[in-house]
Design a protein around this ligand. Structure first.
Ligand code: ZN
Ligand code: MN
Length: 478
C-alpha cells in the first residue's frame, strides 16, 4: 500500500487594526455597526472620488514584514484587480500585484517533538477588503461596511506537511500579530482569515499534484479538521483509481464536512493594471527606521532567552511568552526578585494567571505589579510570612493596590516563628483532643497533619507550619 503525505499551503488575510480604512476616513472596524452605515463615496466607489493611502496601514504592514523576516521594498505599487461581484462596488479591488510591499520571509514553528519547522512566505501585500453578502430567505443582502478595510495578504509556499503543522502556523501567526499589536487576529470575527490549499502525493515524491482550495474556515480547530477530512477524501479518491479535480471546497463546521462550491476556474483574467489614482509607496530608510524604532523582541527569541537567561524549562518559557504583556510582567518580576526565577514562574503560572483569567485582563492591567509579586516572594523567603499567607496577599494587593508590606503590617499577617508562642498553642490543642492524641501515639502517625491544621487555624494561618509540625511531633512522642 502506498504511503501518502499531504502538501499544504495557507493563504491568510490579516485585518490591520488601523483607526480608519485604507483609502478613506471611515472607521476601519465596523464589526458592531448596522449594515451600510460606515461608508462614504470613496469606499463605495462613486464616480469622481480619489483614494488617499493610509500611512498607518503601510507602517503596520512593514512591521509585520520585518517580523516575518521578509524584505520590505523601498518602492511598491498599487494595482487594480478587476472582477465583478455584488459586494465590490467599484468593480475592482485595489491591491498590489507584481511590486508588493515586501517579498520573501518565513515563520518558524517549534514542534512538540523539539524540531523546528520553517514555513516560507512568497510575498506579502497590502489590499482593501470587499463588502459582505448574506443570503437570507431567498434574498441576497449586501453590506458595504467592510469595503476598504486594510488587509495584508500573505501566502505560504507549499511547505506545510500536516494538519497539525497548519494549526501550529496559525497559532504562531496569531500570537505574532497580537504581540506586534497590529491586528486583533480574531479568526471568529474575520480579523484573521485562512484558506488552505491541499494536495497529496506518495511519501518521498517531490512533485506537486493538483490541489483543492478550502474556504470559510473560521477557527484554528476548523482548519485542522477540514485538512484532515480533505486529505482522507483525496487518498480514497486516488486509491479507488479516481482523479483529484481542482475544486474549491466550502467547510461546514457544524457538519464537519466539505462541499464543492465550484470548479476552480483556471487563473482568472483579472486584467491587473497599475492603479492610476495612487502614487507608488516610497519607503525610504528614514521612514523605515522610524517605523521600526520600537520593534520588539519577538516571541520565539524571547522564549529562547527565558530558557537561557532564567534557566526556565521550555514549558514555562512557552507559557510565559504566549502573550507579550505576560512575558514583560515575568521579566520585571524576576529582575525585582533577584532569586530563583523558577519561583516567579511558578507563582505567575498558577496563582497570577488564574487571577488574569478570572478578571479577563492582560498582565499589564493588574494592580498587583511585578514589584509586588517580587516583594511577596522575598517575604516568604525571609520567613516573614508563610506560603499560604503569601498567596492570600496576591489577592489582597490586587484588591487594595497597597504594597504587600503595608498589608502584612496593617492586618498583622506576619508569620509567628516564636517557639514559645507556637508551643503554647500546640499544648493547648493536645490537651483538648485526648482521643486523637491516643490514636496518634498508638501508631496512627498520619494524624500529625490534622494537628498541624488545628494549630494553623488557632493561629489564623500565621504560624510557621514547619515549626508547628516539629513541636507537635516532639510533644506527641512524650
Ligand atoms: Zn469610506
Ligand atoms: Mn486577497
Amino acid at each position: 500500500m502506498t504511503e501518502y503525505e499531504v502538501v499544504i499551503g495557507l493563504e491568510t488575510h490579516i485585518q490591520l487594526n488601523t483607526q480608519t480604512k485604507i483609502f478613506c476616513s471611515c472607521k476601519a472596524d465596523s464589526w458592531e455597526q448596522p449594515p451600510n452605515t460606515n461608508i462614504c463615496p470613496v469606499c463605495t466607489g462613486l464616480p469622481g472620488v480619489l483614494p488617499v493611502p493610509n500611512e498607518a496601514a503601510v507602517e503596520k504592514a512593514v512591521i509585520l514584514a520585518t517580523a516575518m523576516h521578509a524584505e520590505p521594498q523601498s518602492l511598491s505599487f498599487f494595482d487594480r484587480k478587476n472582477y465583478f461581484y455584488p459586494d465590490l462596488p467599484k468593480g475592482y479591488q485595489i491591491t498590489q500585484y507584481d511590486r508588493p510591499i515586501a517579498v520573501g520571509g518565513y515563520l518558524d514553528l517549534p514542534m512538540p517533538d523539539g524540531r523546528t519547522r520553517r514555513v516560507t512566505i512568497n510575498k506579502l501585500h497590502l489590499e482593501e477588503d470587499a463588502g459582505k453578502t448574506k443570503n437570507e430567505k431567498g434574498k441576497r443582502y449586501i453590506d458595504f461596511n467592510r469595503c476598504g478595510v486594510p488587509l495584508v495578504e500573505m501566502v505560504t509556499n507549499p511547505d506545510i506537511r500536516s494538519a497539525d503543522e497548519a494549526a501550529q502556523y496559525l497559532t504562531r501567526l496569531r500570537q505574532l500579530l497580537r504581540w506586534l499589536g497590529i491586528s486583533e487576529a480574531d479568526m471568529e470575527k474575520g480579523h484573521l482569515r485562512c484558506d488552505a490549499n491541499v494536495s497529496i502525493r506518495p511519501k518521498g515524491s517531490a512533485e506537486l499534484n493538483t490541489k483543492t482550495e478550502i474556504k470559510n474556515v473560521n477557527s484554528i480547530d476548523a482548519v485542522r479538521s477540514a485538512i484532515l477530512v480533505e486529505t482522507e477524501r483525496q487518498i480514497r479518491e486516488v486509491e479507488s483509481g479516481g482523479e483529484i479535480k481542482p475544486w474549491t471546497l466550502d467547510w461546514d463546521d457544524n457538519r464537519k464536512s466539505l462541499h464543492k462550491m465550484r470548479s476552480k476556474e483556471t487563473e482568472a483574467d483579472y486584467r491587473y493594471f497599475r492603479e492610476p489614482d495612487l502614487l507608488p509607496v516610497h519607503l525610504d530608510d528614514d521612514w523605515k527606521e522610524r517605523i521600526l524604532a520600537d520593534f520588539p523582541e519577538l516571541p520565539l527569541a524571547r522564549r529562547q532567552r527565558f530558557m537561557d537567561t532564567y534557566a526556565l524549562p521550555e514549558y514555562d518559557a512557552e507559557v510565559l511568552t504566549s502573550e507579550r504583556s505576560l512575558s514583560e510582567y515575568f521579566e520585571a518580576a524576576a529582575q525585582a526578585y533577584g532569586g530563583d526565577a523558577k519561583q516567579v514562574s511558578n507563582w505567575l503560572m498558577n496563582d497570577v494567571m488564574r487571577m488574569l483569567n478570572d478578571a479577563n485582563i492582560p498582565a499589564s492591567q493588574l494592580r498587583l505589579r511585578p514589584e509586588h509579586l517580587a516583594e511577596i516572594l522575598k517575604l516568604v523567603d525571609a520567613k516573614a510570612i508563610n506560603n499560604a499567607i503569601g498567596k492570600k496577599l496576591l489577592k489582597k494587593v490586587e484588591k487594595s493596590g497597597k504594597s504587600p508590606a503595608e498589608i502584612v503590617e496593617a492586618e498583622g499577617l506576619a508569620q509567628v516563628s516564636d517557639d514559645s508562642a507556637i508551643r503554647e498553642i500546640c499544648q493547648k490543642i493536645i490537651d483538648s483532643n485526648p482521643a486523637e492524641v491516643e490514636s496518634c501515639r498508638s501508631g496512627k502517625e498520619s494524624l500529625i497533619g490534622w494537628f498541624v491544621g488545628q494549630v494553623m487555624r488557632e493561629m489564623r494561618g500565621k504560624a510557621d507550619p514547619q515549626m508547628a509540625r516539629q513541636i507537635l511531633s516532639e510533644l506527641l512522642k512524650q
